[in-house]
Design a protein around this ligand. Structure first.
Ligand code: PMV
Length: 331
């Protein structure tokens, strides 16, 4: 089995310029329209299926990495020092382990999320993508987007989709070392498209995505149906994007999210992220659609809802969801 450090070193060894004093990188957050749920390799974050997301433009992460004195990494998030035993610092240091030139080599990481706090947009994808870019800048590796995507994926699967703007497809790939599992931008623009975040609960999710997807792969009796469903949804979504067909995009996106949540519910022990408020928001969307409003939703591993609509309908959407944070992914 290939380890994550072997993959990282295979990509970066023998490259680069003398180390700079600091490297910087930024990356957008992304929301999957066709979801990733299930790994074929836990260590390398290799997915069972492909997936397709939309990047959130200016919302994401900025990271600065520099060599540090030690005797441990110094990790900052939004100007606050992070306790070394906390989840954020542990994940960041474990990722840096893939790149240290020698044991006992330390880094200082200053991460800043440009996603409004508690906006319900995940920041781990943009965080690892920005970190891969910052390391590339620090060491002058000059990596391609595809190589950066592979490196970002080693931190968090969905980070493979956060190296580019617009619509990004993460190819599942089939190579055991995952070199063919990376994100690629689709040649499509959709300036009128809007995404809205409806925050219903900002509390920590009860089951993380890593644990949740492992449990689904191992115990959900419908999991074997999932790859076929994703293949059909990916084809339909790419067709909808090429034609700029909002109803088709919304139908595939909402249906795929509900299918993923059905898998979660059929996992043992069951995983249900929806709260009563989540179900109420879904019903509001369906009722509005009955009234003729072209509005759809998607949901990730949490209770919050993301809305999809076009710019012309923004005022009506804001009327239904007064606290919604609206993003224009194409600027
Ligand atoms: O990359 P992770 O481990 O944060 O998993 C992401 C899982 C979902 O957000 C539920 C789906 C997706 O494709 O982003």
């Amino acid at each position: 089995m290939t380890t994550a450090r072997e993959v990282a070193q295979r990509i970066v060894s023998g490259r680069g310029l003398p180390e700079e004093t600091a490297g910087r990188g930024r990356a957008p957050a992304n929301i999957a329209l066709v979801k990733y749920w299930g790994k074929r390799d836990e260590e390398l974050n290799l997915p069972v299926t492909g997936s397709l997301s939309i990047s959130l433009g200016p919302l994401g992460s900025e990271v600065e990495v520099s060599p540090a004195e030690g005797p441990h990494d110094a990790i900052w998030l939004n100007s606050a020092p992070q306790p070394l035993t906390g989840v954020f610092a542990r994940r960041a240091s474990a990722y840096l382990d893939l790149f240290r030139p020698a044991p006992g080599y330390w880094y200082e990481v200053k991460a800043r999320n440009t996603v409004p706090t508690a906006a319900g947009f995940a920041s781990s994808a943009s965080g690892f993508a920005a970190m891969a870019r910052a390391l590339d800048d620090l060491y002058g590796w000059g990596l391609s987007i595809r190589e950066l995507s592979v490196l970002a994926r080693l931190g968090s699967g969905s980070a493979a989709r956060s190296l580019q703007d617009g619509f990004v497809e993460w190819h599942a790939g089939s190579a055991p070392d995952g070199m063919d599992s990376y994100g690629e931008r689709l040649p499509a623009e959709w300036p009128e498209l809007r995404m809205g975040a409806v925050v219903l609960c900002a509390a920590e999710k009860p089951v993380g995505s890593r644990e949740g997807m492992k449990r689904s792969v191992e115990t959900c009796e419908f999991y074997r149906e999932w790859p076929g469903r994703v293949a059909a949804d990916l084809a339909a979504l790419k067709d909808a994007i090429a034609r700029k067909d909002m109803a088709a995009l919304g139908t595939v996106t909402e249906g795929n999210a509900l299918a993923m949540h059905a898998l979660m519910a059929a996992t043992r022990p069951p995983i249900v992220y929806a709260l009563p408020e989540t179900v109420a928001a879904m019903r509001t969307v369906w009722a509005a659609r009955q009234e003729g409003l072209p509005l759809w939703f998607t949901m990730d591993a949490g209770p919050n809802v993301k809305l999809l609509f076009e710019a012309k309908d923004e005022a009506r959407v804001r009327g239904l969801f007064p606290g919604v944070q609206v993003v224009a992914p194409f600027g």
